[in-house]
Design a protein around this ligand. Structure first.
Ligand SMILES: C[S@@+](CC[C@H](N)C(=O)[O-])C[C@H]1O[C@@H](n2cnc3c(N)ncnc32)[C@H](O)[C@@H]1O
Length: 336
């Protein structure tokens, strides 16, 4: 494996920070759940307002070290849990005035630069891609799952048009030796007939593997459902997504809870129906030109938010049915 170099100058930019703060208004106080604590960029900004409390969650236990600094500075207003956000309902929060729940999806620059995590196709070594609290690695997926299952993962989670050819080559190559990060990159480069000069040939397959290894589809769906349940009246659910699959899920869920679209064509449109949630803006908030200049990777970020209008703790949504095909692909991991 290449030397572990995580540059000291590698800078972490909390994406759409100003916009997040303006959406959740921490100046009015309350408890906020930062579901993707990471380096604590959002948490730090919220805790600047004195009547706030933050519960930070992250599946990566490296975030614990950063959380310790926050404990020292804000012993009564901060709590960290090394927990996956789909398990939000495990926190005992019934008495908390939850005013905002935030998600900044995906992985951080620091994680991407960590060769042990194996998230980047620029490092050599064993395929991993675990963000934390996982059950299996990308190495097990690539070296053990059937060719047709790999094809589905690459196609649906990476939108990789040449998924079939890539899966076929993987199945052939792994007969003679185990596949690691650099072999995988070479296999992808050799299998692809169409070259795209804007993105690296391996980008889509690596994205698909990361989504699969970290169960990112069910994490997001259950994270959203549990958030909508525990939020208090006038509380905000804000999500920053980075790829179209995530944004599709978030957008569907928010519309599903807030608009009067009939779920079934046999169900009459209930014009008078009152919804417990409101989506104040239909279009996502995106980074400004200034942010893009400072932090190019923020270019695909989209912020959407939802406001809860009454204190209800059960919600009605068909999101699981809507995305069942993707959830079934995640279940292919049961074969490992
Ligand atoms: C883009 S970073 C967040 C950066 C953070 N907003 C900041 O300013 O420092 C995403 C973080 O979410 C964490 N994460 C991803 N999926 C998660 C999940 N299902 N549950 C908990 N944490 C998750 C990752 O480990 C990573 O630290």
């Amino acid at each position: 494996m290449e030397a572990t170099i995580v540059s000291d100058t590698a800078k972490h930019y909390p994406v759409l920070l100003k916009e997040i703060i303006s959406v959740i208004s921490p100046q009015h106080g309350g408890t906020f759940i930062d579901c993707t604590f990471g380096q604590g960029g959002y948490t730090k900004e919220i805790l600047k307002y004195k009547d706030t409390k933050v519960i930070g969650l992250d599946r990566d236990k490296n975030s614990q070290k950063i959380a310790e600094k926050f404990y020292n500075e804000f012993p009564d207003r901060f709590l960290f849990k090394n927990l996956k956000f789909s398990k939000l309902n495990n926190l005992k929060l019934t008495n908390e005035n939850i005013k905002g729940i935030l998600f900044d999806l995906g992985y951080s620059f620091t994680q991407m630069k960590d060769p042990k995590k194996g998230l980047s196709f620029n490092f050599t070594g064993k395929l991993n891609m675990q963000l934390g609290l996982n059950d299996f690695t990308a190495h097990e997926v690539i070296n053990n799952l059937d060719e047709k299952d790999l094809n589905k993962i690459f196609r649906y989670f990476g939108d990789e048009k040449e998924a079939k050819a890539i899966s076929k080559s993987i199945a052939r190559e792994r007969k003679s030796k185990k596949i690691d990060t650099s072999n995988l990159v070479k296999i992808i480069e050799k299998s692809k007939r169409k070259k795209n000069f804007r993105i690296h040939s391996a980008t889509k397959v690596f994205q698909a593997l990361r989504i699969f290894v970290n169960n990112e589809i069910s994490e997001l769906i259950y994270g959203l459902i549990n958030s909508a349940k525990i939020l208090k009246k006038d509380g905000i659910l804000a999500v920053v997504s980075f790829h179209s699959l995530e944004d599709k899920i978030v957008k569907y869920f928010f519309k599903n809870l807030s608009s009067s679209k009939s779920f079934s064509r046999y169900e009459p449109l209930l014009k008078q129906k009152k919804f417990s949630f409101e989506m104040p803006i239909k279009k996502p908030i995106i980074p400004t030109e200034i942010e893009l200049q400072d932090n190019a990777p923020s270019r695909s970020a989209k912020l959407r938010y939802l406001v809860k209008k009454e204190n209800i703790y059960e919600i009605e949504t068909d999101i699981i049915d809507q995305f069942h095909e993707l959830l079934e692909i995640e279940n292919l991991s049961l074969k490992l």
